[in-house]
Write a protein that binds this ligand. Structure first.
Ligand SMILES: Cc1cc2nc3c(=O)[nH]c(=O)nc-3n(C[C@H](O)[C@H](O)[C@H](O)COP(=O)(O)O)c2cc1C
Length: 458
């Protein structure tokens, strides 16, 4: 069988993910593998249509397309995302139709599920047969169990393709009939006082729904609002994954383009921020993804804590539960407050009201300093970073380690002396069978006692 490996790592051959694929190739030598460093060469692929068409010819000749990519900010790197956009933009989606598609990523399991959902949905949108996905931790190949599982994954996808098996679909195709949005209700301006408001887009929007939505939001604000498009900022390229920023947040692009200045002086200085963009495939644009990836010069240190966010979207967002989760995860992990995500899927009057309410709620939350407590997305995400920065990633990400130490991020339960003592005492006590039976009956009432005390006394 012919396997075409589309490499999503900007590091090209020096990619961790590629070592996993090379290992499958070595251990299952009966198949033909071809590799293309898609993310590393995205600038040439985009500029040179011949290069792009050569890739598409290889897709046509292959039995299995193996999407092999690192996780970047809950998804794939922006360069890989751009390649996926080009497939549709250049009408090459037919080349993928009916092929088997499989996904392998490496990561530290921080929202690897979101990236896998995304890639599976892309396979399904391309009318491919999804043969399976594999999400090892980046170091799993170092142990035998990890290697055995990797080979089993390779065998499994080859078996599925060789036997021409039919595969299930996980994601409904978005249905989107764009309705034209225009102002319907009168706008009531709100006094934003000295709050700094920033509206950030990925490109200039003119004469379309998103531009009208942005106008609607801005016309709510009595105060200063800055509208910035990422396309007007000199950004030389996507994140290269070199991790040189880990020591001291110093990115290899420092002094070479405007992104870091923009991030530090514009984004971080705003109190209230609107992100606005259009849905492209199953996410926002690759330009937007580039911004999230390039923000990684702050590595695993949150930089947007306490800020109030709103999102304006054009496109079938109600079909994108995965995108909603990614956005919630991002802002929760940051310690920011995401008030609402408003899309243009409603009628004009409802959009007017949703945007007006968004402006009102942003203002209220900014005034109160309110940040909604995180759910599993934020809590779980921070614990993954906490453990890895404390442990195996500390040497490379020394700046994170310093921040985590200084800001109480190392909240390991083993450091909680009070809990350690209570556990010791209670475990000893309940080792006595009679006491255990007595305590068993008291758990319900004892558990709520401290909260009741707070309710009664505070
Ligand atoms: C910019 C950037 C963003 C990352 N984002 C994530 C992430 O969201 N989740 C995760 O588990 N790992 C994340 N990682 C870790 C990489 O996925 C991991 O190191 C991977 O093995 C790199 O593979 P590669 O060498 O093939 O590029 C990120 C790394 C970088 C450089």
């Amino acid at each position: 069988m012919k396997i075409l490996v589309l490499n999503g790592s900007p590091k090209g051959d020096s990619s961790v993910t590629m070592q996993y694929v090379k290992f499958i190739q070595k251990k299952i030598p009966s198949h033909d593998f071809d590799f293309i460093n898609v993310a590393q060469n995205i600038v040439s692929i985009e500029k040179d249509e011949k290069f792009f068409n050569e890739i598409i010819e290889k897709v046509k000749e292959s039995n299995i397309i193996l999407w092999a990519t690192p996780l970047y900010v809950c998804l794939v790197p922006s360069q890989y995302k751009r390649f996926i956009e080009l497939i549709w933009e250049r009408g090459a989606d037919g080349a993928f139709s009916g092929k088997y598609g499989a996904v392998i990523t490496t990561s530290i399991h921080f929202f690897d599920n979101s990236a896998h959902n995304y890639m599976r949905a892309i396979c399904e949108d391309l009318n491919m047969n999804f043969a399976g996905s594999f999400s090892p931790d980046m170091y799993d190949i170092m142990n035998k169990d990890g290697r055995d599982k990797l080979i089993a994954f390779g065998k499994k996808i080859f078996y599925i393709a060789q036997n021409n098996m039919v595969t299930s679909k996980a994601f409904a195709k978005p249905v989107y009939e764009i309705k034209s949005y225009s102002f319907t209700l009168p706008v009531k301006k709100k006094d934003f006082g000295n709050k700094k408001v920033l509206v950030l887009t990925d490109r200039e929007y003119k004469g379309d729904n998103l531009s009208a939505m942005i106008d609607r939001f801005i016309s709510n604000v009595d105060g200063s609002v800055e509208l910035i498009s990422l396309s007007d900022i000199d950004i030389k390229g996507g994140c290269l994954g070199c991790c040189q920023c880990g020591f001291d947040y110093r990115c290899v692009y420092t002094g070479k383009d405007e992104f870091i200045d923009f991030y530090n002086n514009k984004l971080r200085s705003a109190d209230i921020i609107i992100f606005a963009g259009e849905i492209k495939d199953r996410y926002l644009s690759a330009k937007w993804k580039q911004m999230f990836d390039r923000a990684f010069f702050n590595t695993h240190t949150p930089t947007l804590g306490g800020k109030q966010f709103g999102i304006l979207l054009s496109g079938p967002f109600s079909f994108m539960a995965n995108l909603r989760e990614i956005l919630l995860a991002y802002f929760q992990w940051q310690g920011a407050n995401l008030i609402d995500i408003v899309s243009d899927e409603y009628d004009s009057e409802t959009i007017d009201r949703l945007i007006d309410n968004l402006a009102q709620n942003l203002l209220w939350s900014a005034g109160e300093g309110y940040v909604e407590p995180p759910t599993f997305l934020g809590v779980g995400g921070r614990k993954i970073f906490r453990d890895d920065i404390w442990g195996r990633l500390r040497f490379v990400f020394q700046a994170d380690h310093k921040y985590y130490e200084e800001n109480g991020f190392y909240d390991f339960p083993q450091d909680d002396q009070k809990t350690i003592e209570i556990n010791k005492k209670m475990i000893e006590l309940t080792s006595n069978p009679e006491m255990r039976e007595n305590v068993r009956k008291m758990i319900k009432t004892e558990m709520v006692k401290p909260m009741k005390h707070i309710v009664e006394t505070k």
